[in-house]
Design a protein around this ligand. Structure first.
Ligand code: 13P
Length: 251
C-alpha cells in the first residue's frame, strides 16, 4: 500500500430493486460507521440513486452512478446526464466499464466524451480499463491498456484529472472467480503509472489512485492491498451483500 488514500467502490451492476438497494445501503452505512481511513463508494442502478442518497447522505459512503451520457440535456431517449446524477445525490460515476464496452458499444472515444462530461460537472470519475483473456494470451495487455488510457484521457491536462480514479479490471477476472494475482495486478498498475507519467507528468502518475477490480473478496483484498501501486478495489458480486462488502472495506 502507498500513501494514497484507499478507495473501495461497489458496483451493483443491474441488481437490486429500490427497496433492496435502500436496505443494503442502510446496513452498509451502519457497518462502516467507524471507518475513517478509507473512502467508500457504492454505485446502485439509476432508479435507486435518489432513494439511496437519502440513506447515505452525511455518512461515510459516497454515492456513484454506473454510467452517464455526455450531453447536458436534449432529445436523447433513455439517457441521463452528469447534472442529473448530481441532482440525484451522486458525487461519483463509473465510466467505461468493460460490460458497457462489450454489450453497449462503448469505445475509447465515447468513454473520453463521458469522462469530460463527468469531470466538468465535478463528479469523481472511476475510469475503467482492462484487457480480455485473448489479448493477454497474445501478449497485448500493455498495448491495449496504453491505448485505452491515451484515448480515454485525450485532450486533458493533468490539472483536469484530480478527481479521476483509474480502475484496472482484467475482463477475464470479472465475475469468474479468477482473480489476477497480486503480482499480476501490481505489474499492470506499475505500467499504468508509467503510461500516465508519459502522457501527463510524474506527479499525476504518483498521486492518481489505481483500483483493481475482478473477483475481489474478503479473502483476497488484504493481499491485493499490500501491493505498493494498488490503491483500492472496484467490487462487483461481493459488494451486493452489505456484510461481505464491509469486510472488504475493513481489509
Ligand atoms: P466481480 O467483483 O463480480 O468480479 O466484478 C468486478 C467488476 O466488474 C466491478 O466493476
Amino acid at each position: 500500500m502507498s500513501n494514497r488514500r484507499p478507495l473501495i467502490a461497489g458496483n451493483w451492476k443491474m441488481y437490486k430493486t429500490c427497496e433492496e438497494s435502500v436496505e443494503a445501503a442502510q446496513k452498509l452505512t451502519s457497518l462502516v460507521d467507524g471507518v475513517t481511513d478509507t473512502d467508500i463508494m457504492i454505485a446502485p442502478t439509476f432508479t435507486s440513486l435518489f432513494s439511496v442518497y437519502g440513506v447515505v447522505k452525511g455518512s461515510r459512503v459516497d454515492l456513484g452512478a454506473q454510467n452517464l451520457y455526455w450531453e447536458e440535456e436534449g432529445a436523447f431517449t433513455g439517457e441521463i446526464s452528469a447534472g442529473m446524477l448530481k441532482s440525484a445525490g451522486c458525487s461519483s460515476v463509473i465510466i467505461g466499464h468493460s460490460e458497457r464496452r462489450q454489450y453497449f458499444g462503448e469505445t475509447d472515444e465515447t468513454v473520453n466524451k463521458k469522462i469530460k462530461a463527468a469531470l466538468s460537472c465535478g463528479l469523481k470519475t472511476v475510469f475503467c480499463i482492462g484487457e480480455s483473456e485473448a489479448q493477454r494470451d497474445l501478449n497485448l495487455t500493455f498495448s491495449v491498456l496504453d491505448k485505452q488510457v491515451q484515448t480515454g484521457l485525450k485532450d486533458f491536462v493533468s490539472d483536469d484529472l484530480r478527481d479521476l480514479v483509474v480502475a484496472y479490471e482484467p475482463i477475464w477476472a470479472i465475475g469468474t472467480g479468477k482473480t489476477a494475482t497480486s503480482e499480476q495486478a501490481q505489474e499492470v498498475h506499475t505500467f499504468l503509472r508509467a503510461s500516465i507519467a508519459k502522457q501527463f507528468d510524474e506527479p499525476l502518475a504518483q498521486s492518481i489512485r489505481i483500483l483493481y477490480g475482478g473477483s475481489v473478496k474478503p479473502g483476497n483484498i488484504a493481499e491485493l492491498m499490500s501491493m505498493h501501486d494498488i490503491d483500492g478495489a472496484l467490487v462487483g458480486g461481493a459488494s451486493l451483500d452489505a456484510e461481505t462488502f464491509s469486510q472488504i472495506v475493513k481489509f
